[in-house]
Design a protein around this ligand. Structure first.
Ligand SMILES: [Zn+2]
Length: 140
């Protein structure tokens, strides 16, 4: 209820402001011999167009900010990869964003490796043929 009251208060305040500014401009123009209602109408419309533009800009800025926040939320992944040159293990930590390709320098031979990503697809309902913790493979 308080929130609605505030919204109405703000709406009333801003409308009052627009009317006040329009009236003042119109009166100023009237003093210079211009049409009071004509100027009032033009200034009134201009302010609403301006407000509309400002709200659109702030809205798109807000969307951009939210997007950036979502990207920041991506956790970095860590995995062990074998070097393409010497085949030794390297611990890799990377953040999955689309900005740059993933590379790492081998800890053992110091050669640069490029990481290519691959997606594996598995059925949800069937059991996968993976070895158990004790080392005995599961049979279907
Ligand atoms: Zn290596």
């Amino acid at each position: 209820m308080i929130k609605i009251d505030n919204t109405f208060k703000n709406l009333f305040k801003s409308t009052l402001m627009v009317v006040l500014i329009s009236t003042m401009c119109a009166f100023g123009g009237f003093l210079f011999g211009l049409n009071f209602y004509g100027i009032f109408f033009i200034v009134f419309s201009l302010q609403y167009i301006l407000f509309f533009c400002i709200s659109q800009i702030t809205k798109s800025a807000f969307v951009e900010k939210t997007k950036q926040k979502e990207l920041d939320k991506l956790e970095s992944l860590s995995t062990i990869l074998n070097c393409a040159y010497c085949n030794k293990n390297n611990i890799m930590i990377f953040t999955p964003n689309d900005n740059n390709r993933i590379e790492f320098k081998c800890d053992h031979c110091e050669k640069s490796n490029v990481v290519t990503m691959q997606f594996l697809v598995a059925r949800v309902t069937d059991s996968i043929n993976l070895p158990t913790v004790t080392g005995i493979p599961l049979e279907n």
